[in-house]
Design a binder for this molecule. Structure first.
Ligand code: PLP
Length: 433
């Protein structure tokens, strides 16, 4: 049995390069984070060797006494981390990631072609909330269910709850999905609950992006108002890559949520759980109950505010005018650049963030905005002053993008990308950020 460096130098070298990239870049992708060494130790452990289809005490394989203990501990910690009463709420910690967790909920409580409403992808929603284009049903959710997205108000950049109310009353969805991938504000759960009740729909919150902030009590609590709450575990929560589904221990609209959801996970859509991930998740959920975690999450929010204010000082337009959480969405269109070009230029300066659609955008490939998140660099120990500096770097990147656009031959994105990657792109711009 060899160490990786001896057993497979090629993979070892690639991991080394990725580690170096993560170490030396400014990681601003809102959905990413650096998990702890303790979590990685659990994820890299012998737990990966074991098959354990089923739930604790009801497995389809022998030898699961320790895996049962681990999964029960993980469930208990998940409920405790979100201050939930185990008589009223249950949790399944087996989903392999966020998208499978969401699809598992849909298959648990809906029939094929039932109607759903989630936030439009181009307005900050996620693919798994029902995304489709006028020409194509893109995600499994929109192929197997009938989706009518709700949207932001173009002027305020806030969820247009009034329009959601009106549309829901016409469309009569069976499920309304709260939650987003690129929404800088908190969510009005009482309002969404009221709309769901008016039309007799389930209300599910996908808290993937903000589950760390919710666990720390920094943002509003969705559990008071929702029937089901899903999450990924690797974003603001700082755990291993994975997913969880929380459900009310209740029969809602004739569905016993506990058995429907557990059956949808296994045998419905998954086989053996990833026990190494469940081990890492248990470690993460223990940490999520600590005072340091609360301090960290408060810092995530204040760092994001410092960045947002500085960008506003530089004259940028932020969708919704600011941020309540861990991310800011910058509308670059008034600055004369797009998100794709700015992402490329910043990438060349080891500043990693992503292009993002903003309300009113025409193209998802060349969208008008960028999304900037604070969780990862807060984990690296940066504070408000450093985030102000990051905003200055981003501003410099936008200036360089404008200059590169002026110098680049042709107007197409490919021409721009080719030009800035070539030796014709002045070196001073490549190193000035
Ligand atoms: N839900 C939301 C709100 C997300 O932002 C994401 C991923 O970015 C997911 C679900 C999907 O998670 P995964 O990539 O783990 O499938």
């Amino acid at each position: 049995d060899y160490d990786l460096s001896e057993a497979d130098p090629e993979v070892y070298a690639i991991i080394g390069k990725e580690k170096n990239r993560q170490y030396k870049s400014l990681e601003l992708i809102a959905s990413e984070n650096f998990t702890s060494r303790a979590v990685m130790e659990a994820v890299g452990s012998c737990l990966t060797n074991k098959y354990s289809e089923g739930l604790p005490g009801k497995r389809y394989y022998g030898g699961n006494e320790h895996i049962d203990e681990l999964e029960i501990l993980c469930q208990e910690r998940a409920l405790a981390a979100f201050r939930l009463d185990g008589n009223k709420w249950g949790v399944n910690v087996q989903p392999l990631s966020g998208s499978p967790a969401n699809f598992e909920v849909y298959t648990a409580i809906l029939k094929p072609h039932d109607r759903i409403m989630g936030l439009d992808l181009s307005h900050g929603g996620h693919l798994s909330h029902g995304f489709m284009t006028p020409k194509r049903r893109v995600s499994g959710t929109s192929i197997y269910f009938e989706s009518m997205p709700y949207r932001l108000d173009d002027l305020s950049g806030l969820i247009d709850y009034g329009m959601l109310d009106k549309t829901a009353n016409l469309f009569r969805p069976k499920l309304i999905i709260a939650g987003a991938s690129a929404y800088p504000r908190d969510i009005d759960y009482p309002r969404m609950r009221k709309i769901a009740d008016e039309v007799g729909a389930f209300l599910m919150m996908d808290m993937a992006h903000i589950s760390g902030l919710i666990a720390a009590g920094v943002l509003a609590d969705p559990f008071e108002f929702c029937d089901i709450v899903t999450t990924t575990t690797h974003k603001s929560l700082r755990g291993p890559r994975g997913g969880m589904i929380f459900f009310k221990k209740d029969t809602v609209h004739g569905v016993d949520l506990e058995s429907a959801i557990n059956n949808a996970v296994f045998p419905g859509l998954q086989g053996g759980p990833h026990n190494h991930t469940i081990g890492g998740l248990a470690v993460c959920l223990n940490y999520a109950q600590s005072p340091e975690f609360k301090v960290y999450q408060n810092q995530v929010v204040s760092n994001c505010r410092a960045l947002a204010y500085r960008l506003i000082e530089h004259g940028y337009k932020l969708v919704s005018g600011g941020s309540d959480n861990h991310l800011a969405l910058v509308d670059l269109r008034p600055s004369g650049v797009d998100g794709a070009r700015v992402e490329k230029i910043l990438d060349m300066a080891s500043i990693t963030l992503n292009k993002n659609s903003v309300p009113g955008d025409k193209s998802a490939l060349v969208p008008g905005g960028i999304r900037i998140g604070s969780p990862a660099m807060t984990t690296r120990g940066l504070g408000g002053e450093e985030f102000v500096l990051i905003a200055d770097f981003i501003h410099e990147g936008v200036q360089i993008t404008l200059e590169a656009k002026r110098l680049a031959p042709g107007t197409k994105l490919q021409d721009f990308m080719r030009f800035v990657s070539s030796s014709e792109f002045p070196l001073k711009y490549q190193i000035s950020t």
